[in-house]
Ligand binder design. Structure first.
Ligand code: NAD
Length: 433
């Protein structure tokens, strides 16, 4: 799209990097024929200012579809769940499974306290070896005292200091200290990073070593949420397949995902389809949530499915347990209008509440995917959504999208060019007299 000369001369120049967003957009307009669609679609002044406030070298913003899944019955309350996603079928799947479980008591959830961890790695320059562990642990109270001024407001909210652990990595001759802090409604990245930085000098003084790095860990194994449901097998009855048979096939499919890591990765990706979409709608750090989820799935050395299913008599049970470091304040959460609206729609939960909703969404996504997989297969649903997109790219808009999608499905049109040609004829056939 851009010539090499343009890349060097224009985009690495100060004018581009440091100028206002409109200047960058003018440069794009001048240097990049073909950007009209992008420039035209992102012209909202408020959103342009927001983009500038949020990221560096902003040139616009990207509209991702936002839909509402549900209603989901979670802990006795009905929720419509805001999901921001580019993937078709995510919202339909979540709503389908939500409807199924809502007719049988819904989903029950729980969450641990939102405890995050930060690590400080100290090179052993004084030759203490593993004996340094005791020296550091013995200084736990001094380390805590050092942190208290910065933890005070978190302590006042009911969070704050939750202890520390020390370990020794022989191969690198490094001590590492793990600080644990309850961050209440925040994700906590900045607080954890600041805390780790704050104790650097004290740890160097105690050990005679040198700090290599100090940063939070995205593992979040102490920030766990759970969701569970129970369904009578007869609720899974479908033409050509008994409810019990479907339930047994779901249990088997989930068991395979616990044992086969290739399958587990995709199984968990499906769970994240809903969770990441909720995270994006609530302007949370999607990468942090995904990193924690995948690390948890691999915690015993093999990637395993995060959910479990089992049968008791004629009842199918499903459950999901995973770290869900969701925040309802801090980062971009507070000031992005979509995020504020999304949280209001969920009745402004606290961070634990939001992580419980996320666990329920993940489990519903998983139930719908497993049911489709062991019954009709997932392509069937995807094909109808593919037809909808084909209908749009052929030129259909508004009510025409649905009507022309039927034509695409009926006539098994697969390619964009065929869809466009047929659309022209279809429009003529349906032109008002
Ligand atoms: P933040 O820096 O905005 O801090 C949260 C703020 O909320 C604090 O100032 C806190 O005092 C305040 N607050 C008000 N009410 C609160 C309540 N009830 N509970 C808790 N805090 C409350 O945000 P953060 O959570 O420290 O960091 C999140 C951001 O950091 C995200 O944008 C994330 O992408 C980014 N980040 C992530 C990583 C990582 O994941 N490795 C690293 C660096 C930065």
């Amino acid at each position: 799209m851009f010539s090499r000369g343009t890349m060097k001369k224009v985009f690495s120049g100060k004018k581009f990097r440091l100028g206002p967003v409109h200047q960058r957009r003018s440069i794009i307009e001048a240097e990049s024929p073909g950007s009209e669609d992008f420039l035209h679609s992102g012209r909202d002044e408020e959103m342009l200012s927001l983009s500038e406030a949020m990221v560096e070298q902003a040139v616009g913003y990207m509209a991702v579809p936002l839909g509402l899944a549900g209603p989901l019955l979670i802990d006795g309350r009905q929720y419509m769940i805001p999901l921001a996603t580019e993937e078709p079928s995510v919202i339909a799947a979540c709503s389908f499974a939500g409807g199924l479980t809502a007719r049988h008591g819904g989903i029950s959830t729980s969450a641990s306290d939102p405890v995050m961890a930060a690590q400080i790695f100290i090179e052993d320059k004084g030759g203490l070896g593993s004996a340094g562990i005791e020296i550091i642990q013995a200084a736990q109270e001094s380390i805590k005292d050092k942190l208290m001024p910065m933890l005070l407001s978190m302590e006042n909210r009911g969070g704050g200091w939750r202890g520390m652990e020390t370990d020794w990595m022989e191969s690198e001759r490094i001590f590492f200290v793990t600080l644990k802090i309850d961050v209440r409604d925040a994700m906590g990245a900045n607080l954890l990073n600041s805390a780790a930085e704050r104790v650097r000098p004290l740890l160097e003084q105690l050990t005679g070593g040198q700090v290599l790095m100090a940063i939070l860990s995205n593992r979040c194994e102490n920030r766990i949420a759970r969701a569970a449901f129970s369904l009578p097998v007869k609720s899974l009855l479908r033409p050509g397949s008994g409810g019990r048979e479907t339930a047994e096939r779901i249990v088997k499919a989930a068991r395979i995902a616990r044992k086969n890591s290739d399958r587990a990765v995709t199984h968990n990706k499906g769970i994240m389809n809903g969770i990441s979409a909720l995270a994006l709608a609530a302007c949370n750090d999607t990468r942090a949530i995904e990193a924690a989820a995948h690390a948890y799935a691999c915690r015993d050395g093999q990637c395993r499915g995060l959910s479990e299913y089992w049968l008791e008599g004629n009842v199918l049970h499903g459950s999901l347990e995973m770290p869900l470091p969701f925040a309802v304040t801090g980062g971009a959460v507070d000031f992005h209008p979509t995020s504020r609206w999304a949280l209001a729609l969920l009745d402004n939960p606290d961070a634990r509440g939001l992580s419980r909703i996320a666990a329920a969404v993940g489990l519903m996504q998983n139930l719908a995917a497993l049911r489709a997989l062991v019954c009709e297969g997932i392509q069937e649903g995807h094909l109808s959504l593919h037809a909808r997109r084909l209908s749009f790219s052929a030129g259909a808009r508004g009510e025409d999208i649905g009507a022309y999608t039927q034509v695409i499905r009926r006539e098994a049109i697969r390619s964009r060019s065929a869809a466009m040609n047929r659309f022209k004829r279809w429009k003529k056939e349906h032109a008002p007299l």
